[in-house]
Design a binder for this molecule. Structure first.
Ligand code: PMP
Length: 287
């Protein structure tokens, strides 16, 4: 069945939603995005995603085509129109479509941004069987640009990383720069040693995960020890457990890194507990 999507102020069947070939998102990856998950038909941490979107737009000198209140209403309307109980809402804003290709940014008064939202229906999202088994990751060099704190649609290298993982018989890849893990291809990376949760500190090197912020807050509230600093693959392989976080995987245990099993090779108690807490708490405040 065709989805109803949102394009520049209109709700349309997906087949009718068309964007110009001159759109800078298409030609130059000049755009930002957000993914908000839906559980029980409600949005998880919409405010966090809306704030990061504003920051991404700001960092790129891009105007927002919509106020955050209206954006919330559009998210809710798409959930309703597409009858989503569990899934995701994808949102993308690009610098619009000038009438020709040019590296120079178009005048924002003449060229409005393009805004697109669509739903992804994922029944069983919170019950992902991978969470019971854990996932395997490989390490690869981090060859992305230097402003990973901005959530841009330049996803070619993360996409290549997922393909490298698949070719190696793994589920995902962790990116390594100057000997330290930055993050996963589409998630933040954590290890647990002697009960302490270790994850890279925020900087331009990583995306400031909305799930990361919530999980670290819940961990501290539960009196778990948290240390924000970079770690190596060797340290991760010697850790008791590891996990990743993102809006669509929540907290996902990692059980193997570059072929080395962690602990007994099954999801650890800290990752398992944090997944439960995250799902429970974020359902409570979902909007
Ligand atoms: N890092 C990267 C590179 C990502 O692409 C994502 C998810 N888009 C994350 C981290 C996790 O961010 P969030 O928890 O906000 O989904």
């Amino acid at each position: 069945m065709s989805r109803t999507v949102y394009l520049n102020g209109e709700y349309l069947p997906e087949e009718e939603a068309k964007v110009s070939i001159f759109d800078r998102g298409f030609l130059m990856a000049d755009g930002v995005y957000e993914v908000t998950s839906v559980l029980d038909g409600k949005l998880i941490d919409f405010d966090g995603h809306a704030k990061r979107l504003e920051r991404s737009l700001n960092e790129l000198d891009m105007a927002s085509p919509i106020g955050m209140e209206d954006l919330l209403a559009v998210h809710r309307e798409l959930v309703r129109l597409n009858d989503i109980t569990e899934g995701m809402i994808y949102l993308q804003i690009t610098r619009g479509a000038p009438d020709d290709r040019d590296f120079v940014f178009p005048d924002p008064d003449k060229v409005p941004p393009t805004i697109v939202l669509f739903t992804q229906n994922k029944p069983g999202l919170a019950d992902n069987p991978a969470a019971k088994k854990g996932i395997k990751v490989i390490s690869i060099a981090d060859e992305r640009w230097g402003r990973r704190d901005i959530k841009t649609v330049q996803l070619l290298y993360p996409s290549m990383g997922k393909m490298m993982a698949k070719a190696a018989g793994a589920d995902d890849a962790w990116l390594v720069e100057d000997g330290k893990v930055t993050e996963g291809t589409s998630n933040n990376a954590y290890i647990v040693k002697d009960g302490k949760i270790i994850t890279r500190n925020l900087s331009n090197d990583i995306l400031h995960g909305i799930t990361r912020a919530a999980v670290l807050r819940f961990a501290r509230e539960a009196r778990m020890e948290v240390e924000e600093r970079p770690f190596t693959i060797a340290e991760a392989q010697a850790a008791d457990e590891a996990f990743i976080t993102s809006a669509s995987t929540f907290v996902m245990p990692v059980v193997e890194i570059d072929g080395t099993p962690l602990g007994d090779g099954t999801p650890g108690p800290v990752a398992t507990r944090l997944r439960e807490i995250y799902l429970e708490e974020s359902r409570k405040t979902a909007s």
